[in-house]
Structure formats: C-alpha cells, structure tokens
Write a protein that binds this ligand. Structure first.
Ligand code: ZN
Length: 282
C-alpha cells in the first residue's frame, strides 16, 4: 500500500493505528492536487480498514505543511471527483470552475476528513501555514512539538482566510481575529493555551508521544470511539459550524472573484510581499 502513493506514505506503526505522512519535504509538504487526492484515498483506506481504530496525520521534516502549492500545474481532469460538486474537472470558466474546484478539494475533502468515523490525531512540527493549518484543524486531536507554529496569513492575499474556516472554534473569536488580521503565527505553547493543541512535547519525542496517545485510544472499542466523535461533531454542528463553513466559503469565493477582476489573478499580488517583509522583520 505504501508504494501506491507519490506524495504521502501510509503505514500501520502499531496495532489499531494507521499513520499517513505528507512526504513532499522538498516542497515543505505543500499541497498540490495529487497530494490532496492521495490524502483523501489514504483517509478512506484507513476508515474502511477494520483493523485501524485511530489515524495519525504527520508531515516529513522540517515543516508539517506550508499550505497550498501555488506553483504546480492545475489540472483537475486527472482526477475523478469525490464530492458532488460538478464543473471542476471541466474547468468551467469564471467563478463556476474555481468554486467547483475549491468546494471539491478544500471544503469537500475537509468535511469528509473531519467527519470520518475514527479519531484522527495531527502530529505537528515546524510550520503549519494556511492550508497546512487546515489539515491540522480537521483532525480531532493535535500533538505539537515545542517548535510548532500555526498561522493563516491568507488575508494578505485579499480573502477572508483559508478555505476551511474553523478558526472561531479553534482559537476563540478574539484570538482568531488576531490571527487573521495580523497574519501572526501562534506558538505551540500559545495554541495549547487556546485549546487548539492537546499536548506539547519535545521535538525528538513527537513521534513516540503521538503514537502512545493513538495506542491508548486504540484500546477502546471502535464503535464507542465513533459514537463519541459523532456526538462531539454534532454538538459543534448544532453551534452553527456547518453554516459558518458554507458562509465563509461564499465570502472566500467572492474574495477570489474580486481579485480576479481587480488584479487579474486569484489573489492580491501584494500579499506575498507583505508576508515576506514581516517574516524578515522577525
Ligand atoms: Zn481559495
């Protein structure tokens, strides 16, 4: 199974535990279309395997994930759509094709991963930026090493935030606004205080500590775990989680559409300059 993927690895490091590892370290595990479809297939494989009770999502060193890969070629025709959004493969012009693509590979996939009926644990070191933060956010639990940093600087590109908009629940309204308005990164310790991270550990203990947590969870019956996860996600949905996701995605598409009209591209080109300048000033 390991050999079936180009951009990730799939392993079963302990009884009841599957580990999916983002394996594009030369690109800081940036997400191209292939990686997102492979990740979706691997999550499905883990969900469907009765021997797997818990799933770890990790990333090869040095950084968990730098976000979407904006450099790669876009060609949705290579993939069979997984969610019900049509028009992405055909690359319909204008907003239609773009919205279909982002509803499929970002919001649609994230919804599937967030709701898959087994506990998931993000194992995070280094940076998790924007789309990288998105992959952490869809997991149920987060174990971070002391050097981990979480940020969503995408407002600099003229959108509301990354496509998976769980920020209000992840960081609380006020800190989420700080993250979005300033593009600032929260450290592992800060993120733990906000309740986004469950546990902070030394860098060299990250893999072992995450696996130990997964093995502890795997002692419990799969059905109990599934019911507990479902009950918690239903509680979050009752707070308006899904409605907020849908509304935020609409605003996100409006941001892209505005940028396309004004700048001739999906994002405000000044964004990269702002982010680079602030990174240098640190
Ligand atoms: Zn987008």
């Amino acid at each position: 199974m390991t050999d079936a993927y180009e951009t990730i690895r799939y392993e079963t490091p302990a009884t009841g535990v599957a580990r999916i590892t983002l394996a594009r370290p030369e690109m800081r595990n940036a997400q191209n279309e292939t990686l997102l479809y492979e990740l979706d297939a691997a999550f499905d494989a883990a969900a469907h395997d009765p021997a797997v009770k818990v799933i770890i999502l990790a990333g090869d060193d040095p950084h968990f994930s730098s976000g979407h890969d904006l450099s790669g070629a876009r060609d949705m025709t290579r993939f069979t759509p997984v969610t019900s959004w049509g028009g992405a493969a055909a690359e319909e012009p204008g907003v239609a094709g773009r919205q279909a693509r982002e509803e499929e590979i970002y919001l649609g996939f994230c919804r599937r991963w967030r709701d898959l009926p087994k506990p998931t644990i993000a194992q995070v070191q280094g940076k998790a930026i924007a789309g990288g933060l998105m992959l952490v956010a869809v997991c149920d639990l987060v174990v971070a090493s002391e050097d981990a940093q979480f940020s969503d600087p995408s407002v600099a590109f003229g959108v509301n935030g990354v496509e998976w908009f769980s920020h209000p629940w992840d960081f609380g309204i006020r800190k989420a606004k700080e993250m979005l308005f300033t593009g600032a990164a929260f450290s592992a310790a800060e993120a733990e205080r906000m309740g986004f991270v469950n546990k902070v550990v030394a860098r060299d203990a990250l893999e072992a500590e995450t696996l130990a947590l997964a093995e502890r969870i795997a002692q419990r019956p799969a059905f109990g775990l599934r019911l507990a996860k479902q009950a918690m996600n239903q509680a979050q949905d009752a707070q308006g989680f899904q409605t907020v996701q849908a509304a935020a995605m609409s605003l996100h598409q409006m941001g892209h559409a505005h940028n396309q009209i004004v700048h001739g591209m999906l994002v405000d080109p000044k964004g990269a300059e702002i982010i680079r300048r602030e990174a240098k000033a640190k």
